[in-house]
Design a protein around this ligand. Structure first.
Ligand code: 5AD
Ligand code: SF4
Length: 462
């Protein structure tokens, strides 16, 4: 760490929500470091606090507002502290945030993060405190990681955002309103970013987008090229070629089932380093609910995809997202979600109570499901999922799995790893190695949320 850090302004970023936000926070952190800031590890003392927010459900948004209230009190102790609100709540609420919380220095929208440093400067010099322009067509700037400025240890696993926004307008979803129309980054920029990561020791990359399957459909991703000529399977293949330089694992998220093509499914059989794992959000098990959600696929079509995936890659671990209590969801509709869960037997799922979001179509739908019914459905779904996750995990007992070592959260000991299928494996004792090393473990025990393993090849890093 730079010895001049005590003289530098400092920043602290608190990130809410999805992995896209995590990656945006990393980009903002790099921009700030390049502008001479150092990272602060305490909120209270930082010269600048950035809240990178999420508005996918009402609860996420409430958390931001209560944190802003807390920060207002802290300003009494640290009156020069600057507060910036970024992300989806910033995009959606804009000036309203400043009206409610006048202590906020800057509100910056989802497409504007690359202008963070000048926008902050401008806002503190008496200029506009809101920068939330959302364009339908724009170029995502070329941006390469800069590890010379990155703290602390070099990472072994990284996300790369390959596109922004979403054009699907699922009727419950705020994302098309907060992140705008779908725009894909240039393929060469993504491959270059991946190359820089791998050259700096990154062993696993996850490609991120709201709907990665439509990468390259709305704008050309090849300079001077034609829209649609270079798609997601091609990008996967080009990034996977970095296996030659040391990339060991490749994942992607999220896929909308309506755009999951045979060509992409085939990649699971063809690309060695593509991990046998797919998050395929279904949202509901009833065709009539799916229609009202504007999801544009049927359960029969979805199950067809699941079959094809299993044929190409029998060991694939599927996970999903579920919304319970969408307006008009009857008991019979919900039973179909439970049936689907028993049919696919997901390895895991994220399940949520429907939360009406401002500006979305579903927010105006009649027949709201009562809160207690939503809660009861959520509990039932999650209990059954837990049972299935346990059974799924037990299927691994006795098998040998390649696990990538990772540090325990809040602890540098290497006593856990992750399988290719993305299951966490706790080891009996810490391993002498580096994060990102791959070892073979025998799975000896399974719980609902993780596995336990015994290293077979201690010392022999694969
Ligand atoms: N209410 C509840 N859950 C939602 N999601 C998106 N919008 C809403 C909403 N309004 C869930 C979906 C999506 C995940 C990221 O969040 O399941 O896949
Ligand atoms: Fe939201 Fe649907 Fe787009 Fe996903 S695909 S971000 S759920 S609108």
């Amino acid at each position: 760490m730079n010895t001049n850090n005590q003289h530098k302004p400092t920043f602290f970023i608190k990130t809410f929500g999805c992995q896209m936000n995590e990656r945006d926070s990393e980009i903002m952190a790099q921009l700030l470091r390049e502008a001479g800031y150092a990272e602060s590890f305490t909120v209270n003392e930082a010269s600048l606090i950035i809240l990178n927010t999420c508005s996918i459900r009402a609860k996420a948004e409430q958390k931001v507002m209560s944190l802003l209230g807390y920060l207002r009190k802290n300003l009494k102790k640290n009156p020069n502290q600057k507060i910036c609100v970024a992300g989806c709540v910033a995009q959606q609420e804009g000036i309203e945030i400043i009206k409610k919380m006048p202590h906020v220095t800057l509100v910056i929208g989802t497409q504007n993060i690359y202008q963070l440093v000048p926008a902050l400067h401008y806002a503190t010099q008496g200029g506009s405190r809101v920068l939330t322009s959302l364009q339908d067509k724009y170029d995502i700037p070329r941006f390469l990681p800069n590890f010379s400025l990155d703290s602390p240890a070099p990472p072994f696993r990284k996300f790369i955002t390959i596109m922004q926004g979403c054009n699907n307008f699922c009727s419950y979803c705020v994302v098309p309103h907060t992140r705008g129309r779908e725009v894909s980054r240039l393929a060469a920029d993504i491959v270059d970013e991946a190359r820089v990561l791998v050259e700096n020791g990154v062993k696993e990359i996850t490609l991120l987008g709201q709907n990665v399957n439509s990468y390259g459909k709305t704008n050309s991703v090849v300079e001077g090229g034609v829209r649609g000529e270079y798609g997601f399977p091609r990008l996967l293949t080009d990034v996977a070629a970095l296996a030659e330089k040391g990339l060991r694992r490749l994942r992607f998220t999220t896929s909308n089932p309506k755009d999951l093509t045979d060509e992409l499914i085939a990649c699971f059989g063809e690309i060695d380093i593509l991990c046998p794992q797919l998050h395929l959000p279904v949202q509901a098990g009833s065709d009539s609910v799916l229609k009202k959600m504007n999801r544009k696929y049927s359960i029969a079509g979805y199950l067809d995809l699941v079959d094809k995936l299993h044929k190409v890659c029998p060991s694939i671990a599927l996970t999903t997202d579920i919304i319970v209590g969408f307006p008009g969801e009857s008991d019979a509709d919900f039973e179909q979600t439970m049936t689907l869960l028993d049919t696919v037997r997901y390895h895991g799922s994220f399940s949520f109570k429907y939360s009406p979001r401002p500006g979305t179509k579903a927010a105006k739908f009649p027949d709201a499901v009562p809160e207690e019914v939503k809660s009861a459905r959520l509990t039932r779904f999650q209990q059954r999922q837990d049972e299935i996750s346990l059974e799924r995990n037990q299927e691994y007992i006795g098998s040998r799995q390649k696990i990538m070592l990772e540090p325990e959260i809040g602890n540098s000991l290497l006593s856990r790893g992750r399988t290719e299928s993305n299951h966490i494996v706790h080891l009996q004792e810490p391993i002498d190695g580096s994060p990102g090393d791959i070892l073979t473990a025998e799975i000896i025990h399974a719980g609902q949320h993780s596995l336990q393993g015994k290293i077979e090849t201690q010392g022999a890093v694969l």
